[in-house]
Structure formats: C-alpha cells, structure tokens
Design a protein around this ligand. Structure first.
Ligand code: HAM
Length: 441
C-alpha cells in the first residue's frame, strides 16, 4: 500500500459541531449496566417458563384506538402521555405505552381462544410514555410482564401475585410489600363511583386542580392522588371493599385466602386503583418498602385482573389477569441496595503481539482459540508488550500468549504463566492442545 507523504495531506479547518444527545427522557443502557439487565431478564424468563408461560413479542407500534379502547380514553396515559402520530397513509398509530393491550389484541387476532386455556404469555420490551422525566420515570422505559387469558378463578390471581413476588425474590430484591385491593366489576363499581363522587363533592375546596377534574372524569383516580391535601381527603373516603357485589366480595376473599396459604405478606390498600381503566376485581402493586428520593414509596411493578378487556377489544368473554414491572426501577433498586452486579470480565488467555507480522499471526490464533471455546482477550492496536500484559492482568488471564517478531518468523508462541511469570516456547500447531491441558489443571 503506497505511503501518504506528509505534504499531500490536506489539513481542513476544524469545525466545531454541537454533540447530539439522547431525546429527552430516553437513556442509553451502558455495558456496565447490561449485567444487571441480563440478570433480571434471565431470572424472570426462567421462572415464567417454569410456570408454563410462553414468550410473545408484539409490535412497538399499534393503532392508537387499541390504547384508547383498552387503557381508556380518560386515563393520564391516553390523554397526555402517548407518542402518537399519523403514518404517511393516514393511519393513527402510537408507540405502545404498556404491553397488556397489545398482547390482548394478539390473543384475539391470532385466535388464541381456540388454544388450550388458560393461555399464558410473557413479554419484554420498550414502552413509551410522554411523562415528566425524573428519577425512575422515563419517556422510554422497559417492562417485563406476563398475562394469563381464559381463567377467572381467584387461585389464578393469587398465582399471578405469587409469581411476581417470586421473580423479585429470585432477582434478589429485599424489603418488598404487596399492596392489594379489589375495584369490583361493572355491576358494583358504578354504585361505588356515585358514593365516592357524593363524598368528594362535599370536599371539593380541599382538592388539587387535577382532582377537581378527576371528580368529573374519572372519580376512582381521586383515591390515588399523591398531593398531601388530597391524601387527607382520601383517608376518610368510602372504601370500595365495603361496597363490592357478592361475587366480587367472594373472589377477593378467596384470593386473600390463597395468598395466606402461600404465606405471602400483603397489605390491604383501599386507595389502590391503578392508572389503567381495564382492571376489574383484584389490583395489586409491589412496592419497595423504603421511600425513594422524593420521600415516597415507589411501585416496582403492578398488575391485576382485567376480565372485560378482550371483549372491549372485539374478542369474546375472556377473563384475564397479569403483571408487569419496570426494569429500570429494579436496576435502580438493586444498585441502591448495594447489590452491584458488576461482573468482572475474565479472559482465560490473552494474546500479546509485537509488530505487524506478529499481529497477523495473532489474528489467526484468536480465531482458532474462539473456535476451540477458549475465552481469549487481545489488544491488537497496542504496541507495547508491557501495556498488553497489564490488560491481561485486568482480565485475570491465566496465560499470556506472546508473539514477537522472532516467534512470527519461527511459527512459535511464548506461553507465559501470568502468576509465576514462567515462560515456555511452543510451536503454533501445538498451542491449542497445550492451553487446554493447562486450563484443565
Ligand atoms: P403500570 O403500573 O402502568 O402497569 O406499569 C408497570 C410498571 O412499569 C410500573 O410499576 C413501573 O415499574 C414501570 N413504569 C411505568 N411507567 C414508567 C416510566 N415512565 N418510567 C419507568 N418505569 C415505568 C402496566 O403497564 C400494566 N400493563 C401492568 C399489567 C400487566 N397489568 C396487567 N398485566
């Protein structure tokens, strides 16, 4: 290859360009964090498979109507938080703000009601909500979730909560609390909503601006406002469990009995209503018992029963229940608890080279080692042997395989034991066998 003469290199004036950043509320997951993500996902996937779930992927983009009908027109998510736009063909679509509606759509569209019931599916992926970004709240976040379609029995509610709990235990999260409530069904909830509205109308002057709107649009959500003054009003509000119809009452009672049987610790929380409209009967969240930096307790995951969703989306009468958690929140929780899963990268051997001829041999040897399933590190761009040996130490390598100019010519390799410093010259064709022998020791 011809060498470029210095005088032939044209020096262009350096232009200063503004570096680009991530879109507001979106973040990179850097390699250091990937270990924790893999740990969380591997434990979750394994448990779901053990419990008989199968994986499903649904598109990130769905018709906006799916969320309007599924999640509900008068929810914060649909009213203010969706990334929605029109395609070139004029279709109204949205980036999914959550996973349940998409999985329910797939259940209907793919005829899963003809499969053996219940159909148990799990999923993982990005969700998008145009929220005010803050710690633990992003515009793109990732969820792991699972859904069970075709079984209305309260034992399934308990099993859902049990699986959610078990996943968190396996991941290694401590100090958790299960918050649980029943929000009734289309028979008993309207009556309760009226009672609640009557109660809040008398207290309207004590409510925040948002709650004044909720009173008209979505009274159940009044119970879950986090403003101090609204919390005081909510504390004395009528409780839905006192107004459940007998079927919902029995369902809730049985769910709690199953949870007792499974020895799961739970807290009855009559103000827990969840922010999505599809829920019926059991709703629950798993909270980290310590307050977050804003002084509040934070929800790591949430779910519940949604017996009408499939019908609302155009399918049959299919009861369902599910749960999902935000991966970013779990990562944060593990790190806050001091559970750094900063796994050290270990390479069994490290190739050290000196000069271009040696580099060529090193490239080939690297490939051979990988094919022989030996974990191998290199730093082909480096010149100094000393700096390459330093990296080998960082990777905790047992051996360095040194190829200098002489070795490149001779077809040999120096095997250096990193602990004792003892070196031995060996021919290239025997190197793999010798390394494997030494690694076995
Ligand atoms: P969700 O409570 O809206 O429920 O979200 C589930 C979890 O996602 C939350 O508990 C939280 O950990 C995480 N999350 C939500 N929004 C954000 C955000 N902006 N930034 C970071 N993390 C966030 C659902 O989405 C339902 N689909 C759950 C479900 C499944 N219900 C039945 N099946």
């Amino acid at each position: 290859m011809p060498r470029l003469k210095k005088q032939n290199i044209i020096k262009r004036p350096r232009r200063k360009t503004t570096p680009l950043q991530t879109v507001k509320g979106m973040r990179d997951v850097l390699p250091k964090e990937q270990f924790i993500w893999e740990h969380i996902l591997n434990k979750s996937r394994k448990l779901c498979e053990d419990f008989g779930f199968q994986k499903i992927d649904t598109p990130i983009l769905e018709y906006t109507e799916l969320f309007e009908r599924g999640v509900g027109q008068v929810t914060d998510i649909v009213e203010k938080e969706m990334f929605s736009f029109e395609t070139r063909g004029g279709s109204k679509v949205s980036l999914r703000p959550e996973g349940t509606a998409g999985v329910a759509r797939a259940y209907i569209e793919k005829g899963m009601s003809r499969w053996t019931q219940p159909v148990k599916l799990y999923y993982e992926g990005s969700m998008f909500r145009y929220e005010n970004p803050q710690e633990g709240r992003y515009r793109e976040h990732h969820q792991f979730g699972f859904e069970i379609f075709g079984d209305g029995c309260s034992a399934i509610d308990a099993q859902t909560i049990y699986l959610a709990w078990k996943i968190f235990q396996k991941i290694g999260i401590k100090n958790l609390a299960i918050q649980i409530n029943s929000i009734g069904c289309s028979e008993c909830r309207p009556n309760y909503k009226n009672l609640l509205t009557d109660y809040y109308e008398l207290k309207i002057n004590k409510l925040c601006v948002d709650c004044k709107k909720r009173l008209v649009k979505n009274p159940l959500r009044l119970l879950d406002c986090k403003e101090d003054k609204c919390l005081q009003v909510a504390a004395a509000a009528p409780q839905i469990i006192d107004h459940l119809c007998s079927d919902c009452h029995d369902h809730f009672k049985n769910t709690l009995e199953f949870l007792d049987e499974l020895e799961l610790p739970y807290v009855l929380n009559s103000n827990l209503v969840r922010g999505l409209d599809y829920y019926t009967r059991t709703v629950f969240e798993i909270w980290s018992s310590g307050p977050d930096s804003s002084g509040r307790q934070s929800s790591l995951g949430g779910g519940g029963r949604y017996d009408n969703l499939v019908e609302v989306l155009g399918g049959g009468d299919v009861p369902a229940v599910g749960f999902s958690f935000g991966i970013e929140r779990i990562v944060k929780k593990l790190l806050n608890d001091g559970r750094g899963l900063d796994k050290k990268v270990v390479k069994q051997v490290f190739i050290v080279q000196l000069g271009d001829a040696a580099r060529k041999k090193a490239l080939k040897l690297f490939d051979k080692l990988i094919d022989s399933k030996v974990s191998v590190g290199e730093s082909l761009g480096r010149e100094s042997i000393k700096s390459q040996l330093k990296i080998a130490n960082k990777f905790n390598s047992k051996m360095a395989l040194i190829i200098g100019q002489k070795e490149a010519l001779d077809g040999t390799v120096i095997i250096r034991d990193m602990e004792s410093g003892i070196q031995e010259v060996i021919t290239m064709d025997k190197v793999i066998v010798e390394i494997k022998r030494r690694l076995k020791k």
